[in-house]
Design a protein around this ligand. Structure first.
Ligand code: NAD
Ligand code: UDP
Length: 310
């Protein structure tokens, strides 16, 4: 099998390339490095089954040769990134998804969209099943990401219905692990980097908002299972064990042995108060559930950031 991964130099895209290569497939990676890093794929350069194309996927995408799959992961994903890159975020979710679908159609390849729990917005249903339509503020600052992903889901289903493209949609919940950027602003990387540097941990609001954190290896396993399944409707992939942001800060302090203090900073506008995936569909359709507990995953992420800062 030969697959294209857009966003290949990013956190998740690079792990996905590793997994497809480890499974014996050929991978074409595409990225424009807007939030990704060459270091994430440096170990793949020279691998005969890997090719890299530097390209902005909002423009027409050309790939030589046959493709069996297109996995569309290109998009800024951290709130800090998409608030700094609002137009690029809207364009990659809309124009970029359109181009990636067009390529999948032309190559008769299976298409998998990396969607997000953000399609549920600040949810009024908890935990969130795929049948929930969400509570998104289209004109708020996060709208650039949330609405682009909602559009991406809509155009994916339209290509399925109208052009018979074989599509999959994964709704990814907060994921963490090695290759996150130290300063991408996401809570797990921020807290670990701050704790290791002996700096205060920046807790936004009172820290009572919740998230459910999935270790990257678990997530990639779920995505690969979905890709190889026949399931056309969206599937949540995430760890259903829910923590408050304050609990996360306390765990990071304990696991790093840091003496850092927790400081309170303002809660960003439209920050979801709760988030927890209902993974019934992933369990029943894919036989998938996460295996890595938060403490175990945090230890691996901490070891990574220690190596990075050494
Ligand atoms: P990331 O920022 O590390 O990776 C995204 C990659 O896409 C980067 O390498 C970036 O350079 C590339 N990119 C962005 N715009 C591009 C463009 N126009 N052309 C080519 N490349 C472009 O983020 P990530 O965490 O790896 O997220 C990957 C995907 O997963 C995104 O689509 C994101 O929305 C989705 N997702 C991630 C999470 C998470 O917790 N990490 C949660 C939900 C959804
Ligand atoms: N957060 C925080 N301190 C930080 C970064 C984030 O308290 O330094 C909070 C943020 O307000 C949100 C949660 O942690 O409630 C998760 O934020 P993240 O940016 O990781 O992703 P989100 O789930 O909001 O997309």
């Amino acid at each position: 099998m030969r697959v294209l991964v857009t966003g290949a130099a990013g956190f998740l895209g690079s792990h996905l390339c590793d997994r497809f290569l480890a499974d014996g497939h050929e991978v074409v990676g595409m990225d424009n490095f807007v939030t990704g890093r060459p270091e994430n794929i440096a170990h793949l350069i020279g691998n005969q089954r890997f090719r890299f194309v530097q390209h902005d996927v909002t423009n027409f995408m050309f790939v030589d040769g046959a493709l069996d799959g297109v996995l569309h992961f290109a998009s800024p994903a951290s709130p800090r990134d998409y608030l700094e890159l609002p137009i690029q975020t809207l364009k990659v979710g809309s124009l970029g998804t359109h181009k990636a679908l067009g390529l999948a159609k032309a190559k008769r390849a299976r298409f998998l969209l990396a969607s997000t729990s953000e399609v549920y917005g600040d949810p009024t249903v908890h935990p969130q099943p795929e049948s929930y339509w969400g509570n998104v503020n289209p004109i708020g600052p996060r709208g650039v990401y949330d609405e682009a992903k909602r559009f991406a889901e809509a155009i994916t289903m339209a290509y399925r219905r109208f052009h018979s493209v074989d599509t999959r949609i994964v709704r990814i919940f907060n994921t963490y692990g090695p290759r996150m950027r130290a300063h991408d602003g996401r809570v797990v990387s921020n807290f670990i980097v701050q704790a290791l540097a002996g700096e205060p941990l920046t807790m936004y609001g009172d820290g009572s908002q919740t998230r459910s954190f999935c270790y990257v290896d678990d997530l990639v396993d779920g995505i690969v299972r979905l890709f190889h399944s026949a399931e056309p409707d969206p599937v949540n992939i995430g760890n259903p064990v829910e923590f408050t942001v304050r609990e996360l800060a306390e765990r990071v302090l304990r696991l790093t042995g840091s003496k850092s203090k927790i400081v309170v900073e303002p809660l960003p506008q439209d920050d979801p108060k709760v988030r927890q995936p209902d993974i019934t569909r992933a369990r029943t359709l894919l036989g998938w559930e996460p295996k890595v507990a938060l403490e175990q995953g945090l230890e691996k992420a901490i070891a990574y950031f220690k190596r990075e800062s050494a």
